[in-house]
Design a binder for this molecule. Structure first.
Ligand SMILES: [Zn+2]
Length: 96
């Protein structure tokens, strides 16, 4: 069920993840959708799907991913804070 996937908000509501494909080296990574949404929210970045790649990097070659698609596959990589305390620390740093 992948309908109306325009913003990360849609992924969060549907509890979907994001498959990010790198057109340069071919690397594919699955990122936790709700976590990605929260990461964008605290940075106040534009969560429109066409803009999301601007803030993501291929973990192999550091280029921006060329294709982002919603998926129900479990995340294959981790990023960002891994506890509430770490989330709070990031927010505190951003708000300074
Ligand atoms: Zn790459």
């Amino acid at each position: 069920m992948v309908a109306n996937f325009n913003r990360l908000d849609d992924l969060r509501l549907a509890s979907m993840n994001v498959k990010a494909e790198c057109g340069n080296c071919g690397h594919v990574g699955i990122v936790d959708g709700p976590k990605l949404w929260r990461w964008f929210a605290i940075h106040r970045w534009d969560a429109t799907m066409t803009k999301v790649a601007d803030h993501m990097r291929c973990s192999v070659c550091r280029r921006h991913p060329t294709m982002l698609t919603p998926t129900e596959t479990s995340p294959s990589m981790d990023f960002g804070p891994c506890s509430e305390a770490e989330w709070k620390a990031v927010v505190a740093r951003l708000r300074r």
